[in-house]
Design a binder for this molecule. Sequence first.
Ligand SMILES: *[C@@H]1O[C@H](CO)[C@@H](O)[C@H](O)[C@H]1NC(C)=O
Length: 178
Amino acid sequence: MKLFALLTSSLLATAVSASIFGSSIEVAPYDDALDVPGKNPLQHCQDPKDDILDLESVDLDPNPPLPGKTLKITATGTLSQNVTEGAKVHLQVKWGLVTIIKMTNDLCDAGKEVDLKCPIEKGEITLEKEVKLPKEIPPGKYNVIADVETKDEDRVTCLTATVEFKRGGNMVVHQGLK
Ligand SMILES: *[C@@H]1O[C@H](CO)[C@@H](O)[C@H](O)[C@H]1NC(C)=O
């Protein structure tokens, strides 16, 4: 499903670009119950039971993603209602303790890059997307949070991941937020 192409490519791609300083968003402590099903380093920011998006699975190939390689994303989920114009993606990336990206994007505008058309109709949705990752990623521990809400500020989904890029381009996935 296209929403996830956007989210997951945001999670991965923006971790390596831009530099906007800002404050932080609170994230729940590590909890297995928050893991997103499938082969991925993602977790829900908090209990997703009231989310508009019910994520069934997200698979990344390879998992963990590798700098310079094409990442294939396959995701399935169910939307309990249409997601219309005005939906927003709040994105925050920390590199160590420093917030390097804090921005809000219009989901429908940003989605055009990944073929996302609004309204996104409610019901079962699936996604297959390939993303080419940059080769040069500054080493360090990155924490990414992508919070998606409708124009009425109802939560669609909120996903987080903590990944570490080692010198030399290998990536280590941390289970949970440290
Ligand atoms: C959802 O979107 C579809 C397609 O745009 C539309 O036909 C339908 O009426 C919408 N449903 C609601 C509840 O707004």
